[in-house]
Design a binder for this molecule. Structure first.
Ligand SMILES: Cc1cc2nc3c(=O)[nH]c(=O)nc-3n(C[C@H](O)[C@H](O)[C@H](O)COP(=O)(O)OP(=O)(O)OC[C@H]3O[C@@H](n4cnc5c(N)ncnc54)[C@H](O)[C@@H]3O)c2cc1C
Ligand code: SF4
Ligand code: SF4
Ligand code: SF4
Length: 396
């Protein structure tokens, strides 16, 4: 009660469902599902949100939360803060990931340095989204024994345009999972599969900012945050379950992102219905001030980005993080024409990138050669933070 009086509330399953999921502010990152120690919640890949698999009460009722004490999921949710109807503050997550919060002279979040890179392998450059940096950092991490698996996105069996969470277990498989899908793909679900099913212990996680911040929220978390009267066994089980995912991740690679599109509407209503594209023919989608769609036969179709924005997920309006502010390394292709811009934020991110460059996987340019891209980064970062602030203002 004392907490509530101060405007600080415990993070509970009930709050997560009522304040995040049912208000459509849930980004769909799936971290609550990944970290649930009892399999109570599952992930619906169509609505992109969690649901109680075998409901024994109302929509917001979890028997373990109410009867045993748990709420691990709520403490892994980046969109649930300790203030009512507010997300966890980015500065709070900074401390968990980097040991300190961002300084005033760090406009893009905590960082060590920036650079612009491109793969030295022409096959990767041809088949990646921008400069192939993400693919090459993962390739180096596999070859150097830093990771034994990576949680990424990849095409489904249905068609290239339909992304699914994918566990990659060797450097050779990476190229099939390169490029960007502009519809949502909950890559933390691949982290779950890698740990639970494949028993992998050293992993990389690739994701859009909300997925990386979701993962980062669990860092340093201890299930003692929930009620103390759960009994030793339950506390131990919950801690063990949570930590196996936290500790398996050796590096996180975040992708710049300002929105994703609703799959059915974007693919069938827009690409197929309005632009007359057969979805089965698409081999790449890019956003460079406009929408660029590459087809199997080599044809390229361009359309105004403003048109595609009509298919944006409403959930993205609550997102103020453009540059994956809690990743070890963030990557984007802001006007860098065939190169990838990187923001290196952590010591382990710096070590992995340096190794990737030393081993010859990447060529590097200083960011000072990309003034226009830096201006774009500043503008998009500010616009996105403002967008989220405005959305949350309605709850004040
Ligand atoms: C939804 C989305 C929006 C983006 N918006 C911008 C933007 O506005 N401005 C900008 O500069 N950059 C944006 N990016 C990042 C950009 O498209 C590239 O991913 C980035 O520049 C890295 O390029 P690369 O050639 O190094 O990556 P690659 O070597 O091609 O590797 C890309 C990696 O991203 C993974 N991936 C692809 N799609 C998804 C997805 N939907 N969810 C999770 N992982 C995925 C792949 O599995 C692969 O591991 C966006 C990316 C995504 C997925
Ligand atoms: S409270 Fe615990 S058991 Fe219930 S959904 Fe959340 S993590 Fe799962
Ligand atoms: S953890 Fe992610 S998927 Fe789960 S409720 Fe929060 S935002 Fe939604
Ligand atoms: S804009 Fe934000 S919420 Fe939307 S997909 Fe990108 S990172 Fe997630």
């Amino acid at each position: 009660m004392k907490e509530a009086e101060q405007g600080q509330f415990k993070k509970t399953f009930e709050r997560m469902v009522n304040e995040v999921v049912s208000t459509r502010r849930c980004c769909g990152c799936s971290m609550c599902v990944v970290t649930c120690p009892y399999g109570v919640i599952k992930y619906d890949p169509v609505s992109m949100s969690p649901y109680v698999a075998k409901p024994k009460g109302g929509f917001a009722y979890c028997p373990i939360s109410e009867e045993v004490g748990c709420d691990v999921c709520a403490n892994a949710c980046g969109r649930l803060g300790s203030e009512c109807m507010k997300p966890i503050k980015p500065e709070e997550i900074d401390v968990r990931v980097f040991g300190r919060s961002r300084r005033e002279d760090e406009p893009y979040g905590v960082m060590r340095f920036m650079c612009v890179v491109r793969s030295t392998n022409s096959n990767v450059v041809t088949n990646a989204q921008d400069g192939g940096a993400v693919t090459e950092i993962l390739r180096c991490a596999f070859n150097e024994g830093i990771i034994e698996g990576a949680a990424v996105a990849g095409p489904s069996d249905k068609m290239w345009l339909d992304p699914v969470p994918r566990v990659v277990k060797s450097a050779d498989e990476l190229i099939q999972t390169a490029k960007s899908w502009y519809t949502y793909c909950a890559t933390p679900m691949a982290l779950k599969e890698a740990v639970d099913k494949h028993k992998l212990k050293k992993l990389a996680l690739v994701g859009v900012p909300c997925e990386i911040s979701g993962y980062a929220t669990t860092l340093g978390a201890d299930t003692n945050f929930t009620t103390a009267d759960r009994g030793e066994k339950n506390i131990e089980k919950q801690n063990r379950h949570l930590k196996q995912y936290v500790e398996a991740v050796q590096v996180t690679l975040g992708l710049f992102c300002s929105e994703t599109f609703v799959f059915e509407r974007f693919v069938y209503e827009y690409l197929q219905g309005k632009l007359g594209i057969n979805p089965q023919d698409v081999v790449k989608v890019n956003v460079k001030g406009k929408l660029i769609i590459d087809l199997k036969d080599g044809a390229r179709i361009e359309a105004p980005l403003a048109e595609a924005k009509a298919y944006k997920r409403a959930q993205c309006n609550y997102c103020g993080d453009f540059s994956a502010e809690h990743a070890d390394i963030s990557a984007g292709g802001l006007g860098t024409a065939g190169w990838t811009m990187l923001i290196i934020r952590s010591v382990r991110g710096e070590e992995i990138l340096k190794r990737t460059i030393e081993k010859g996987y990447l060529q590097v340019k200083p960011v000072s050669e990309f003034e226009h891209s830096m201006r774009l980064l500043k503008r998009l970062t500010e616009t996105q933070r403002k967008r989220a602030e405005e959305q949350y203002r309605e709850f004040r």
